[in-house]
Ligand binder design. Structure first.
Ligand code: MG
Length: 171
């Protein structure tokens, strides 16, 4: 059994990751309606990755005999008026998730829970990549999003993104 605070925070993180999947589905839906299938694809893969994150924490908690409570997932309620709103909301959300992962790491560090710290190392790295990806999307959109021909090509590029299972595997 893990420290209660660490366990509670991990349990909350399952919910936050599932909410992330919901949020990215909402973004997928925005771009699907816009007719930008490449952007829609990119966010669909994001949603899949978020579910993976939730499942990894879920499995880690099970493996460590932690009580798991599956709380209600909040409704994504952001209104996107333009493409850039979605991209910026994505970056803002990833920064929030990074802070959340770091808070769990901090709680684990305080009680010398080396196992959870090691488990979370993967997530710390992953969050760095998520933030980079979100920032790259914003940069590309700033550069190419205003001209229809470039937006078409950017959409084609994002259509090529394929899903990869997480490199972290828990038995
Ligand atoms: Mg995540």
């Amino acid at each position: 059994m893990l420290n209660k605070k660490v366990s509670d925070l991990l349990n909350e993180q399952i919910n936050k990751e599932l909410y992330s999947a919901y949020l990215y589905l909402d973004m997928n839906n925005y771009f699907d309606k816009r007719g930008l299938n490449g952007f829609a694809n990119w966010y669909m893969i994001q949603a899949q990755e978020e579910r993976d994150h939730a499942m990894l924490i879920y499995k880690y908690m099970q493996n460590n005999d932690c009580p798991i409570k599956l709380n209600a997932i909040a409704m994504p309620d952001k209104v996107f008026k333009k493409d850039m709103d979605v991209l910026k909301a994505g970056l803002e959300h990833e920064e929030y998730v990074t802070a959340s992962i770091h808070a769990i790491y901090d709680a684990a560090y305080k009680v010398k829970d080396f196992r959870t710290m090691q488990f979370l190392d993967w997530f710390v790295k992953e969050q760095g990549e998520e933030e980079t990806n979100a920032r790259d999307m914003i940069t590309k959109m700033e550069l190419f999003g205003t001209d229809a021909k470039s937006l078409y090509m950017l959409n084609q590029e994002l259509a090529a993104r394929t899903y990869n299972a997480p490199s972290l595997v828990l038995d």
